[in-house]
Ligand binder design. Structure first.
Ligand code: HEC
Length: 169
């Protein structure tokens, strides 16, 4: 009985640690500011008070330009900024009709790895891409990554990316 219980504890511990390892397989690309290309910056499409600057590593950019499927090792970074607000709390608009960057709020990352999509059900599966989000300092933010997965999953025609055309330009 005791042995069974401890086997159960051991088993649960193993499942928990596997799940954790999976959740943390995308790490913070510490050098993205110097080694990645900032391929597009824009007012976020689905968030009215944010701005995003998108970066990609060479592996991703080369493949996109050649019209190939992005290979494992591709990494994309979205720097999410708060937009500046008017004194009355409304999102300010510049003379160009655009939002103006305030503080860097978070760094969102997509990375592709061998077999990373294997265990996801339809609706959460993004090929072999997976997701993570960090504070600007690189500290991991504890967010539900299934929200990322379920919003990017329908974009199968563009490799689960919203900005493929900008990457390929
Ligand atoms: C409600 C939909 C939605 C959710 C949820 C979402 N994204 Fe996105 N994501 C977008 C859109 C739309 C873009 C295009 C740029 C923009 O407007 O922000 C994008 C762009 C990106 C990009 C640049 C590559 C690309 O697809 O163009 C990365 C990296 C990214 N998101 C990571 C994440 C991460 C990490 C999370 C979860 C913490 C997440 N996203 C959650 C909609 C979403």
């Amino acid at each position: 009985m005791i042995r069974k219980a401890s086997a159960l504890v051991l088993g649960l511990g193993l499942i928990a640690s596997v799940a954790l390892a999976d959740e943390e397989r995308v790490s913070f690309p510490a050098n993205y500011k110097t080694t990645f290309e900032n391929y597009v910056s824009l007012d976020r499409v689905q968030n009215h008070d944010q701005i995003i600057r998108l970066f990609a590593n060479d592996i991703a950019i080369e493949a996109a330009k050649e019209g190939r499927e992005l290979p494992n090792g591709s990494v994309l970074v979205g720097e999410v900024y708060k937009a500046k607000k008017d004194p009355d709390g409304k999102v300010a608009t510049s003379a160009l009709g655009r939002r103006v960057r305030d503080k860097l709020a978070a760094v969102a990352v997509m990375e592709k790895g061998e077999g990373w999509g294997d265990n996801f059900p339809d609706g959460l599966k993004n090929g072999d891409w997976d997701f993570a989000i960090f504070k600007p300092s690189g500290e991991r933010l504890n967010k539900d990554l299934n929200t990322c997965r379920s919003c990017h999953a329908p974009m199968a025609k563009t490799q689960h990316l919203f900005s493929l055309e900008h990457l390929a330009q």
